[in-house]
Write a protein that binds this ligand. Sequence first.
Ligand code: SF4
Length: 374
Amino acid sequence: MHLYIHIPFCKQACHYCDFHFSTNTTNKRAVTEAIAKEIVLRKDYLPDGDMETIYFGGGTPSLLDEAELHLLLDTIHRHFRVAPDAEITLEANPDDLNAATLAMFSNAGINRLSIGIQSFHEPHLRFMNRAHTALEAEQCVQLARQAGIDNISIDLIYAIPSANHDILLSDLAKAFTLDISHISAYCLTIEPQTAFGSWLKKKKLKPIEEEYAAQQFEILTQSLGEHGYEQYEISNFARDGHYSRHNSSYWQQHPYLGVGPSAHSYDGASREYNVSHNAKYLEAIQHDRIPATFETLTPADQTNEYLLTGLRTKWGVKLQKLETLSQGAFALQQQSELGKMARKGWIREEAGILLLTEAGKLFADRIASDLFIE
Ligand code: SF4
């Protein structure tokens, strides 16, 4: 079993971010209490079994204080059997990480940190409106280790306009020096409802050129490969098998429960989407209502989701599973498209498993959507 907890608060809005969060933290305690109540209300959503991974995402979960974190973890332990070796991840921003907060996280049972570093280059951090400095980004990794948390992932963003390849290489060199075991690297995307989206509309920002983004991706994958990182998902790289067990479970279509404003849940046949609005969420939970919209997944939905997530991973997608999920429609609709893609050198088949080639990784999402069925 897998549990995701969305903490919908941030100190300030990063210019590229379209996740659900509020910078008004006055009702942080009340929302946390509501999330704890939602955990209880939905404790039977998943079939019986051990909780193998717990993931505090956001927003900024490192804004939780000790009482809030304990409330959530105590509630989880009261209502679920947490596996002794469960992976318990907390997303954190470097400016929240000091010796005291890290000791508090570690004592509470957090055994994996996913740190939103994004860049070690100060002008990039200012450009993206990050709340931390390059120095804090560097120091927090050492502090986390001193607090006993060794399983550390960092997020990096590439294809930042006005950047150059040397800056990307220097960001990577810093990560190598810090001996990080897991790196998630995301191409900057400009979403309409963000500050960058509005700058783009007003022509204060140039669109990110596809060719530049592709070059940065190639530099990134090559450099990470040379330093012993395995690309086990298009944007995720791990050394010595330090995969994110939680995210891998999403990519392998395992059911999970998501609680908190904007969180999603999946039970294998349907999805539920919590409202992305803190006040509405709070009001509903206080009246014992789950503020979620429900969607039954059709065979086509299930097939297309499997393609979209599975093709991005080193495990690929099983042709037999595509047939089962699509009730036989996949081969009928997409056999000739598969042949075309194989001839272009974008995909290959190995013992009944469809995998992207190195060239195909550049177009992962486009390839998946071209293979969608109706
Ligand atoms: S990137 Fe993270 S810290 Fe920045 S606004 Fe989004 S959720 Fe908050």
